[in-house]
Ligand binder design. Structure first.
Ligand code: NAG
Ligand code: NAG
Ligand code: NAG
Length: 450
């Protein structure tokens, strides 16, 4: 199914004071859209302002500083002009996100007119937040990562940034009744309360559905493939085999590995598996030991390999040589006869991603292709690279979403397994992986534990 008809182009306009997570939300929306193959771009007014005024102090943002006002206005104009150019350049450019701070009724009217006059749908996304903890953690993030404060004393930066927020507070106007003719989403304390007005077409509804599922509380996501299976040993794909004896050892070691990867104190994880035996068997000891809730998802089943189910890569190459070559050509779009492509898998995983965004700490025990797709969402990897990513057996990954990206750690069990990784264009045979010196840090976890 097409996600956006060619003629729909949508502009999300961020509204809210500094340190309310606007850039974080903008970044997540862009990453989500990239994952479902919708072209999106962020236009950050601060970036345009910085071209002329790299590190202004808070006084620059005072409402009556005419010099500052002129410069800020010019930056907003430049950002909107580029945004409209971007839409015009290619009808496939579908969603632009205007990440700006000035949140006055007047300014919204101006932006709305500019955007809609070009035939583009405008949706305001207001992030309203009075949760001191959330604001403080955003301030902390800004003072340590923003180019506005690069190289400055962090304490002075935080003080200045608070003054800047105060200057915006003087003129800030939340979206209200008088603006009922606009389409908007108001997110109050990200994830607590949502107000939605006049959202109509399919793409906009999907964007809003994503936005209302977001929360930005700290949490982790653990990912593991099932332990080595009987099919892995035989080099076969698909099927519903049992674990091998080494796979069974991994299942037994998993509770210890999870513990040693650092589960925050008093934290209950929820275990998600597919409906296939090898993932349920892998989670068995973990569930028994921790008594964590466990859910089986059909959507987490391995990529459906159709007529190739139960074959080795060698057999596939011999029986369906054109398919084997076509898959190497464009692995993301290649669909197994009677089966799925990676693109199909991403579509069926969308509800999983929505659920993950709503959830706290989750451990997912699933399959190679599924992990590649989930990983691509969190790490923003491209569709031509992600299907080739190596996901070793007997290795636990721990992902930690951060304001600007996702941190990854790997914990490798000291239990041997076959490698099921095959490089692009290589022989129809699994071969040993080449470890990537720039890859994530891997910690080898001895086994058995203690
Ligand atoms: C837009 O996308 C379609 C389908 O992927 C492609 O055929 C077309 O060339 C693209 N248009 C432009 C201007 O890139
Ligand atoms: C915000 O926009 C309004 C209207 O365009 C303008 O009068 C005001 O000076 C701007 N304030 C800031 C802080 O940029
Ligand atoms: C998988 O294990 C179960 C229980 O040990 C056994 O009954 C079954 O025959 C096994 N299946 C295969 C395909 O080996």
């Amino acid at each position: 199914m097409a996600i956006a008809s060619a003629e729909t182009q949508v502009c999300l306009i961020m509204v809210g004071l500094p340190a309310r997570g606007k850039s974080l939300i903008a970044g997540k929306v862009k990453r989500y859209l990239g994952w479902i193959s919708v072209k999106a771009e962020i236009f950050n007014v601060g970036k345009y302002r910085r071209k002329e005024n790299a590190q202004p102090d808070a006084s620059f943002f005072e409402p009556h500083n005419t010099q500052g006002e002129k410069a800020r206005r010019a930056a907003a104009e430049a950002a909107v002009t580029d945004l409209l150019k971007w839409f015009k350049a290619d009808t496939n450019n579908t969603v632009a996100i205007l990440d700006a701070t000035n949140s006055t009724r007047d300014r919204r009217k101006w932006v709305h007119e500019r955007i809609t006059a070009a035939g583009i749908d405008a949706i305001f996304v207001e992030s309203k937040c009075d949760d001191e903890k959330l604001i403080m953690s955003n301030i902390l993030e800004v003072k340590t990562t923003s180019p506005d404060y690069k190289g400055q004393d962090p304490e002075a930066a935080a003080r200045d940034f608070r003054k800047r927020i105060a200057n915006y507070e003087k003129v800030y106007e939340t979206i209200d009744e008088s603006e009922r003719s606009y389409a908007y989403v108001k997110l109050i304390n990200v994830g607590h309360q949502v107000i939605i007005n006049l959202i109509q077409d399919y793409l906009s509804s999907r964007l809003v559905y994503y936005l209302i599922n977001l929360h930005i509380k700290p949490r982790h996501i653990w990912l593991s493939r099932h332990g080595e299976s009987e099919y892995n040993l035989q080099g076969k794909i698909g099927g519903d085999a049992n674990l091998s004896s080494r796979g069974e050892l991994y299942a037994q070691a998993l509770p210890g590995i999870v513990r040693r990867s650092g589960v925050p104190q008093d934290t209950q994880l929820v275990i998600w598996t597919s409906t296939l035996k090898r993932t349920i068997q892998t989670a068995r000891y973990l569930q028994a030991e921790t008594k964590w809730d466990q859910l089986e998802w059909k959507a987490l089943d391995e990529i459906e390999s159709g007529v190739c189910d139960g074959m080795t890569y060698g057999e596939i190459e011999k029986t369906y040589p054109e398919d084997f070559a076509a898959r190497d050509q464009d692995k993301y779009n290649y669909r197994y006869r009677g089966g799925e492509s990676y693109r199909d898998v991403v579509i069926r995983l969308e509800p999983i991603i929505m659920e993950l965004e709503r959830s706290d700490n989750i451990i997912i025990v699933t399959h190679q292709a599924i992990i590649r797709c989930i990983y691509a969402y969190f790490m923003d990897s491209s569709s031509d690279k992600s299907p080739w990513m190596e996901v070793p057996l007997h290795t636990l990954m721990k992902l930690t979403p951060k304001a600007y990206g996702t941190k990854e750690e790997r914990f490798k069990a000291d239990i041997p397994a076959v490698s099921t990784w095959r490089g692009k264009g290589s022989a129809a045979k699994h071969h040993d992986s080449i470890s990537d010196p720039n890859g994530p840090p891997t910690i080898i976890v001895g086994s058995p534990e203690n």
